[in-house]
Write a protein that binds this ligand. Sequence first.
Ligand SMILES: CC(C)(COP(=O)(O)OP(=O)(O)OC[C@H]1O[C@@H](n2cnc3c(N)ncnc32)[C@H](O)[C@@H]1OP(=O)(O)O)[C@@H](O)C(=O)NCCC(=O)NCCS
Length: 152
Amino acid sequence: MGQIKHMPTPVTRTACAREIIALRHAVLRPGFDVADAVYPEDDDPTTLHFGCFEADRCVACVTLLPSELDSEPAYQLRGMASAPDRRGQGLGAALLDFTEQHVITRTPIRLLWCNARTSATGFYQHHGWRIISDQFEIPTVGPHFRMCKQLT
Ligand SMILES: CC(C)(COP(=O)(O)OP(=O)(O)OC[C@H]1O[C@@H](n2cnc3c(N)ncnc32)[C@H](O)[C@@H]1OP(=O)(O)O)[C@@H](O)C(=O)NCCC(=O)NCCS
């Protein structure tokens, strides 16, 4: 009889840049040098990283950079990704929920924004984000909409 393999329970938590960059690179900058997936602010003490981990494997990741939107203090959400073999299983949603709750409970910031790939706008809309720009192009990446969410 074959052995049943148990998937480790995913743990969603804060992370550091070196734990998540491999997934960010593989999903968002495939074919480019890994340096293309590194943000200048990655190691700043005010930058927040979050990941969903199965044992030591990072299966979803996201990063928040201190920012402003229309002069209101905000975080810019960047590098949202889930592993291709784990999509559609709720990991991205769990990570986004965790991230938003972290901001609400640990910071005075109540506004998030991102430049969302057009292919991902549905994911964010599903979580209460709204589109606030016309479509625009980011070179080497593709078409985007700016989106935001006011946290309550
Ligand atoms: C966008 C992404 C992070 C979503 O991660 P995921 O783990 O597949 O998301 P989930 O399984 O938690 O999906 C949550 C909900 O959003 C929906 N959803 C997920 N991706 C979607 C998309 N691209 N468009 C519309 N809805 C989407 C799911 O159907 C699900 O709905 P449900 O709750 O009714 O079942 C993932 O598809 C990804 O990494 N894509 C490639 C990288 C990318 O585009 N990142 C965003 C850059 S701005």
